[in-house]
Write a protein that binds this ligand. Structure first.
Ligand code: F6P
Length: 192
């Protein structure tokens, strides 16, 4: 059966500090994940050859760097643009933009960051990627939390209210497989 692999990038320096967005490199833990990833992927896929799709941000490119496959970068796979909140922590967002913080919590899917994007915007920009994925075999996507929530929700038919809260853990490869009954998800976590 057809299957697709997804992973978030390994832990980044910004993740360690709890900062949104940015274009930081991997932390030492994240780099460990990147080095372990080829072994995990070959355990999951055997010796099937894959094509790896990353975003254009350092943390996904670094995460994929040891995978011995062809790689393609897509801007459409970049993380949700947090606009004026880029580089802040959630508590700084709450302090600086209290009303925005409340609005986002009321409707996380529709909330558009000032100067940035909403989850709905991300879903729209992912449309060509999803169309292409429907036709492809043996793809691994290395991207970001918000983007992977959107892709996962599309294939698992999760509604837009729940979409922004889907758990996409770090240091985990998710495998989607199409069966006669629909799409199934399996998770393979590395303890790093
Ligand atoms: O914190 C990592 C991160 O990828 C941020 O760059 C991004 O803004 C956030 O996660 C998306 O998650 P949420 O929509 O839950 O804030």
């Amino acid at each position: 059966p057809r299957s697709i692999l997804f992973s978030r990038h390994g832990e980044s320096l910004y993740n360690q500090l709890g900062l949104l967005g940015g274009d930081s490199s991997l932390s030492p833990n994240g780099a460990k994940y990147a080095r372990a990833l080829p072994f995990l992927v070959s355990k999951i896929m055997g010796d099937h050859k894959l094509t790896v799709w990353t975003s254009t941000l350092n943390r996904t490119i670094e995460t994929a760097s040891y995978l011995p496959y062809k790689k393609i970068q897509f801007k459409a796979l970049d993380e949700i643009n947090a606009g004026l909140c880029d580089g802040l922590t959630y508590s700084q967002v709450k302090q600086k933009f209290p009303e925005e913080y409340v609005t986002r919590n009321q409707n996380k899917f529709e909330y558009r960051y000032r100067g940035g994007e909403s989850y709905r915007d991300v879903v729209l920009r992912l449309e060509p990627i999803i169309m292409e994925l429907e036709r492809q075999q043996n793809i691994m996507i290395v991207s970001h939390q918000a983007v992977l929530r959107c892709i996962y929700a599309y294939f698992l038919e999760i509604n837009s209210e729940e979409l922004p809260y889907i758990k996409i853990p770090l240091h985990t490869v998710m495998k989607l497989t199409w069966t006669a009954y629909g799409c199934e998800a399996q998770m393979y976590s590395l303890d790093i």
